[in-house]
Design a protein around this ligand. Structure first.
Ligand code: AMP
Length: 115
């Protein structure tokens, strides 16, 4: 089942795209949690982190190299940032096309609320 991210890849709906190559696409989150909040996605649909296979390793590795490049371009590399991949209900995943959140531009606080 295709998600809104497939429509962004196909340019069927608009997005503020900041990076693209043959394996991944990156665009600004529509509801940013920090001054920089960018989503980096593989161009082929992988529903969740549970669904990754060995064939996905090149694209999944590229998420990290793209993140490092984008963080440098955004001017947040030295201060630091957070990379997040949510999975399924307990992870709070809303869009079932695996994506890496690149979040930064301010101190982000503890990684998880302690409940
Ligand atoms: P997650 O909870 O990890 O599945 O995150 C999904 C993210 O996608 C959320 O941060 C949303 O704000 C973001 N999002 C949903 N639709 C769009 C869209 N059309 N363009 C950009 N970001 C979106």
């Amino acid at each position: 089942m295709s998600t809104v991210f497939s429509k962004i890849i196909a340019r069927e709906i608009p997005a503020d795209i900041v990076y693209e190559d043959e394996l991944v696409l990156a665009f600004r989150d529509i509801a940013p949690s920090a001054p920089t909040h960018i989503l980096i996605i593989p161009k082929h649909e992988i529903a969740t982190a549970n669904d990754v296979t060995i064939e996905d390793e090149a694209a999944l590795g590229r998420l990290f190299t793209a993140a490092a490049k984008i963080a440098a371009e955004e001017g947040i590399a030295a201060d630091g940032y957070r990379l997040i991949v949510n999975c399924n209900a307990h992870g709070g995943q809303e869009v079932f096309h695996l994506h890496m959140h690149l979040v930064g531009g301010r101190p982000l606080g503890p990684m998880l609320a302690r409940k």
